[in-house]
Write a protein that binds this ligand. Structure first.
Ligand code: PLP
Length: 386
């Protein structure tokens, strides 16, 4: 690769990315280039990372002289494992009423490590076209054949399985529940029907739903009342839980395969104890965030109505509210206008989203209010008219 040419090419397409230097304040704001902006790009959906009461309570409970508090110094398969990991996994398995759970260092580690470990060349993976990059990378690392079906088009899966199911040993169906860039929601009932009809293994990534949806915050699988029918549920701790890491719930048997074969679990240093303790501390009270969940849902409905009233294009049915702009250049301009007015909103461009669907991804949290969001809509609508 000609590196300089590659950079010039990305710049010419308005697809060049940079790491912004942000100063995070305690109340939903970031300071960027000296300007204080409301942060509408964070996945801290329940506002936990800013919850001073919880942080204080947590730090008061910590024994700061524990040796692996800030680093576990080894893979979990060597000496980087400890009892608190097991306690967390037991808690997760109990919440989901599953046989077992396994903690990974991140959602990226989980999604790139699970499919390659559980599949062989005799298998098939059916994956939604808009599944997250970590799932796509998991497909690439797996020996199985894969088909990326049209977003939410389950008839395509059925048709394919009717003709070809018998050519494969195991068939995995993989979908996000809340899609990270469109904010729309998979039909889990339908996926379960197909899984049962064709004897498949259903794998659902609840990264953006965990903590946010369901009476106790377990995700879309809890709302649909079908946790027990989903073989593999992944959730991440880096979003609504405001921590780091991820989990997978599954049978004891599948867990044993992962512990023995999942390279992203085996060949990496375990998480520091403090992260495991914080995750467990939050998970023990996740059921209590009912008001935050309701607030979030109301805010996203109000915002969507306001966008539509202003003739802007939006998608989805969750706290992720994309405003589709189309061209990269215009998306960057609107994002800049928002920044100048004190709102930090990511401009999401290809390859993260398909060409000509560049967008502003408004990522809500329960601490926001509709008055703030109305101003955002006004700024976008005005800039689009110019
Ligand atoms: C659907 C989905 N799965 C997995 C991940 C990766 O999670 P993590 O940030 O913990 O690596 C993301 C992150 O954005 C995601 O959106």
């Amino acid at each position: 690769m000609d590196f300089k040419k590659e950079i010039l090419n990305l710049k010419a397409k308005d697809q060049f990315r940079v790491l912004n230097n942000l100063l995070h304040t305690n109340e939903n704001y970031v300071v960027f280039n000296g300007k204080k902006c409301l942060n509408l790009s964070s996945n801290d959906y329940l506002g936990i990372s800013q919850n001073q009461k919880l942080l204080k309570q947590f730090f008061e409970s910590i024994n700061f002289s524990k040796s692996n508090l800030l680093g576990s110094a080894s893979s979990r398969l060597l000496s980087g494992n400890y009892n608190e990991y097991f306690e967390l996994e037991t808690l997760i398995a109990k919440l989901y009423e599953k046989e077992s759970a396994l903690v990974y260092n991140s959602g990226y580690h989980a999604n790139t490590g699970i499919l390659p470990a559980l599949t062989t060349k005799n298998d098939l993976i059916l994956s939604d076209k808009l599944n997250h990059a970590s799932i796509v990378d998991g497909l690439k690392l797996s020996e199985a054949k894969n088909i990326r079906y049209k977003h939410l088009d389950y008839s395509q899966i059925e048709l394919y399985l009717e003709k070809n199911r018998n050519n494969f040993e195991n068939v995995f169906i993989v979908s996000e529940s809340v899609f990270s860039m469109d904010g729309d929601i998979a039909d889990l009932q339908q996926l379960i029907k197909i899984k049962n009809k064709f004897n498949c293994i259903l794998y659902i990534d609840e990264a953006h739903a965990f903590g946010v949806f369901g009476k106790t915050g377990l995700g879309i699988s809890e709302i649909s009342g079908n946790i027990k029918d989903i073989d593999i549920i992944v959730g991440t701790f880096g979003k609504a839980i405001a921590s780091v890491g991820a989990f997978v719930t599954l049978s004891k048997y599948l867990k044993e395969v992962l512990v023995n074969k999942s390279r992203t679990l085996i060949y990496t240093t375990g998480l520091p104890l403090i992260n495991i303790l914080w995750t467990k501390f939050i998970l023990e009270q996740i059921v209590n965030f009912k008001n935050e969940r309701e607030n979030l849902q109301n805010l996203s409905e109000q915002l969507k109505r306001e966008l539509i009233n202003n003739k802007l294009v939006t998608l989805g049915a969750s706290q992720i509210v994309p405003v589709i702009i189309g061209q990269n250049e215009l998306t960057l301009k609107v994002s800049e206008e928002l920044l100048n007015n004190g709102f930090y909103v990511s401009a999401v461009r290809p390859p993260t989203v398909p060409i000509n669907t560049s967008r502003l991804r408004l990522s809500l949290n329960s601490q926001l209010n509709f008055r703030q969001l109305k101003i955002v809509v006004k700024i976008i609508a005005q800039k689009m008219k110019k």
